[in-house]
Design a binder for this molecule. Structure first.
Ligand code: ADP
Ligand code: MG
Length: 592
């Protein structure tokens, strides 16, 4: 590994998750860094995946920019990547000699000998990507070594159909820009297998997210047709996960845990069980910052959540394993999507432990996962603690920020898993915990300014002629509620952006609501908010901690109408007089 480009600039190592990096010997800076692998080494390497569509180009170019120690990477797509893919980074760059070699088969700076395969921490190592791109397109690379003084000489390499057309000096700054166009101009058969622009574009975007996710210290931006589509600034791992799947996740609903094993570390970022999904789209595993399709890791995460997520649902869980390269083999799959662990049972156990740990942290915040919903809705402190009653049984003064003005509310406990019992100065109050919370959320949703977030996977649906017209008319109102729709054909629509308040609605719910909007009338608006509120609210049987309970009570008492969105009363109360009367006690007589 002494020839690693990354060793030249000593780029900032990704903050999280961090790869265990082997110490590298310094090289003389003027030596050419790219070499052609010897035949015997090249033969040990699984044949690299052919470049079959734009997403493979995005993948390989991103890998190279990450390996080059870039701190900021921009991807530009035109025509879904079919017309052009351009990736610009501020990594170590290449000198003239490197550029001349980089597009040749088995040209790499990342490994030299077979032994290096055991130590490789870079994403690439086969030296095949650029050469495969070069034979099937027009490839233009402008690159300059990032020199300490900021002075750098850039060179432009132009290759078409594998033929070197030119290599000349040009203006430029440290880093590399790779521009791939005229894809498959000389491979008409491969061109035929390309899908439509929007499909290819969506595939490129998923690949972009897969690569950006485990590298949160690098800034990534995705542009399509000149427009910025996704911007991921440097952040923590948890924020990166939340931002990458913005329409589905909010950082506040994600937790993180780490478990160390022998020669490896498991980090998990997972959603509270209320973020459960019908599919496993948001159960993903990464090994040494590569997304892998290793089902046993997904299964381990699922196992950790069993009992917290009901049958038929799956948790949201991103598993990041950082493992000593000697303990894994990526060289078994052309696209490195599969990995062979030497210690799979240990890693499996650690993933389960990471999941359990995460749920335990969660349990400390509130006894059961869903009961933290009030934390978000009622903006409670992260770890509510009970204010111990004073020795004489009186409540201590309310903490600052929790409303010193509120009536004196004493939380007595939960009854039948459904009611929260409170003593107020003049009455006993039994609050239906779900109905009360639901109504509080409903009021908030009805009065808010929604901020719809673009969906990664737009939801398309067909409607009847009549519904089509109504949806077209309701489009403005739907938007004001936080749902952005786009017509994709006669009687077909796509939901392209959604407010985060609706993220707990299932696809089925959303389609039903949109159809209802298409039926016209007034009721659908209320139904939509009511259903979203219902999904966000704490449920019957969820334990509720005392601080949350009191705040719930104070907010419920402040409601204009004490009925849930479905019209049911949200509490039952009994005055002191009524209670006294029930036991024939004269009012005013001191308790004995
Ligand atoms: P590999 O990544 O497996 O080494 P590639 O064909 O992808 O093979 O790239 C060949 C070589 O070109 C790399 O080893 C690296 O030295 C150089 N290279 C490619 N892209 C970049 C880049 N964005 N910045 C700096 N060097 C690069
Ligand atoms: Mg590469």
């Amino acid at each position: 590994m002494s020839g690693s480009l990354a060793s030249r600039k000593a780029p900032e190592a990704p903050r999280a998750p961090e790869a265990p990096r082997a110490p590298e010997a310094p090289r003389a800076p003027e030596a050419p860094v790219i070499r052609i692998l010897r035949d015997d080494v090249a033969r040990k390497i699984a044949a690299g995946e052919v470049i079959d569509r734009p997403l493979s180009i995005v993948r390989e170019l991103l890998d190279n920019s990450i390996d080059a120690g870039a701190s900021s990477i921009d991807v530009f797509l035109e025509g879904g990547g079919i017309s052009r893919v351009r990736v610009v980074d501020d990594g170590v760059g290449m000198a003239r000699e490197d550029l001349k070699l980089c597009g040749k088969p088995h040209a790499t700076s990342k490994i030299e000998s077979e032994d290096d395969l055991l130590k490789v921490t870079s994403l690439g190592f086969r030296g095949e990507a650029l050469s495969s791109v070069a034979v099937a397109s027009r490839l233009e690379i402008v690159s300059a070594r990032s020199e300490p003084g900021g002075t750098s000489i850039a060179h432009r390499l132009l290759v078409r159909g594998g033929k070197l057309l030119s290599l000349e000096e040009c203006p430029g700054k440290g880093g590399t820009s790779v521009d791939v166009s005229e894809l498959f101009y000389n491979y008409p058969a491969r061109r035929k297998f390309l899908r439509g622009v929007s499909t290819e574009s969506a595939m490129c975007r998923s690949m972009f997210v897969d690569r950006a996710l485990p590298h949160p210290s690098i800034a990534f931006r995705l542009f399509s047709e000149g427009e910025l589509r996704l911007s991921l600034p440097p952040s923590t791992l948890r924020e990166r996960v939340a931002l990458s799947y913005g329409q589905l996740l909010v950082a506040g609903l994600l937790r993180e845990s780490t478990v160390e094993g022998e020669g490896f570390t498991v980090r998990m970022v997972a959603g509270l069980p209320e973020l459960r999904r019908r599919d496993r789209k948001l159960m993903q595993a990464f090994v040494n910052r590569r997304r892998v399709w290793e089902f046993s890791l997904i299964q381990a995460a699922e196992y950790a959540f069993s009992g917290h997520v009901p049958g038929g649902y799956h948790p949201v869980a991103f598993v990041f394993v950082e493992v000593d390269p000697a303990l894994v083999d990526f060289n078994i799959h052309p696209a490195k999507k599969e990995v062979r662990f030497r210690n799979l049972p240990d890693v499996h156990r650690a993933v389960v432990a990471a999941g359990r740990k995460l749920l335990a942290i969660q349990d400390r915040v509130a006894p059961k996962p869903v009961a933290t919903a009030p934390e978000r809705e009622l903006s409670l402190p992260a770890a509510p603690t009970e204010r111990a009653p004073l020795a004489d049984g009186r409540e201590p003064p309310a903490r600052a920020g929790l409303g010193a003005e509120e009536p004196r509310i004493r939380f007595l406990g939960q009854v039948f898993g459904v009611f929260l019992a409170f003593e107020l100065p003049d009455r006993l109050l039994l609050l239906d915990q779900h109905a009360a919370h639901e109504k509080i959320i409903f009021e908030r949703l009805a009065g808010r300014e929604p901020a719809p977030q673009e969906m990664l996977f737009p939801l398309s649906f067909d409607v009847s002629n009549e519904e089509d017209e109504r949806i077209a008319r309701a489009i403005g109102e739907l938007r004001s509620l936080g749902m952005v729709l786009r017509r994709t054909g006669a009687r077909t629509w796509e939901l392209t952006a959604l407010s985060e308040d609706f993220l707990t609605l299932t696809e089925g719910d959303l389609l039903e609501m949109l159809r209802a909007a298409g039926q016209g009338g007034e009721g659908w608006r209320r139904d939509l908010l009511a259903r979203a509120a219902c999904r966000l609210a704490i449920k019957e049987g969820d334990p509720v901690d005392p601080v949350t309970a009191r705040e719930l009570c104070a907010k419920a008492l402040g409601l204009e109408s004490p009925r849930c969105p479905h019209g049911r009363p949200i509490w039952h109360e009994m005055s002191r007089e009524e209670l006294y009367r029930l036991v024939d006690r004269p009012v005013g007589e001191p308790a004995t």
